[in-house]
Ligand binder design. Structure first.
Ligand code: MG
Ligand code: MG
Length: 285
């Protein structure tokens, strides 16, 4: 079942999302050579819990040990915070879920560590544009396949690989809800998008192969060929006025160039115009 959210519920998810956006802005200057991923994880944990009733949603989720997933270079997702320190030229993805008042938001940002090479910078720019294109397709009347199709259309000319075995998802009371949001999609196919749906849209790209493997720690997913990977993620509400990014603002406002959509704070499109009753549901097709 796909659960549709009321305007009040979307605002509650947006409050969780605002915590993550503020976190990313606060953590950006701390993403420096020599800092350990465990230290970043402690910062995430303290920052999230400093907000009334908020907890890091990944802590203990399926048994994950950290408060954030922190993935360096060829690591795609689910990196476990550790004593490993960041090096000049690394790229590091920080993926954070926040739960507050029974609602969740989920967002990821890949940070450059000091000066990065042209290949890494290009990967970040394309991944960011892929996210923007996917978000722009989160419109009522379109289908979930339009999101993945927009990602493919953005990425294909660049020659980068889209990680197809990892997907975005619905989000709300739980971090992971239906439907799955593939980054490889066919326009017009999949679950119809309706006002009140809230989706975590999260393209994961690699410089080389789209194949991945899971390390022996049973969490860390890396590219099979060891090539660099990047990941950007927003929690987005589908509204009658179009997509409303619930994890925007802060670092996203002065980030990379985005043509198709300007990430912004929740509220503009997430107000009273969602046009759906609380608790309404729709059968997943
Ligand atoms: Mg995430
Ligand atoms: Mg997610």
């Amino acid at each position: 079942m796909v659960h549709l959210k009321s305007p009040d519920e979307i605002r509650a998810i947006g409050r969780c999302g605002g915590i993550i956006a503020a976190l990313f802005a606060e953590i950006e200057p701390r993403v420096q050579p020599g800092v350990s991923t465990a230290a970043l994880d402690r910062f995430v944990d303290r920052f999230v819990r400093s907000h009334s009733g908020a907890v890091p949603a990944f802590k203990g989720l399926y048994g994950f040990p950290g408060s954030a997933c922190i993935s360096i270079n060829e690591e795609v997702v689910h990196g476990i915070p550790s004593g490993r320190t960041l090096q000049e030229g690394d790229i590091v993805s920080i993926d954070v879920g926040v739960k507050q008042g029974g609602w969740c938001a989920d967002s990821a940002y890949t940070f450059p560590v000091g000066e990065i090479g042209a290949g890494a910078a290009g990967l970040l720019a394309v991944t960011y544009k892929a996210l923007a294109a996917g978000v722009a397709a989160a419109q009522p009347g379109l289908h979930v396949g339009d999101i993945g199709a927009a990602v493919v259309e953005t990425v294909r000319p660049t020659g980068h690989a889209i990680i197809r075995d990892l997907v975005g998802h619905g989000i709300g009371r739980a971090i992971h809800e239906e439907p799955q949001v593939s980054n490889i999609g066919r326009a017009g196919f999949g679950v119809p998008l309706q006002a009140g749906m809230v989706l975590a849209i999260e393209p994961m790209l690699a410089v080389g192969t789209d194949e991945i493997r899971t390390l022996r720690d049973r969490w860390t997913v890396t590219t099979l060929d060891g090539s660099l990977s990047a990941h950007y993620e927003h929690t987005v509400a589908v509204t009658v006025e179009g997509p409303a990014i619930l994890t925007g603002g802060g670092i996203w406002d002065d980030g990379l160039e985005v043509d198709s959509v300007r990430p912004g704070h929740a509220g503009a499109g997430a107000g009273g115009a969602v046009g759906t009753g609380a608790g309404a549901t729709v059968q997943q097709s």
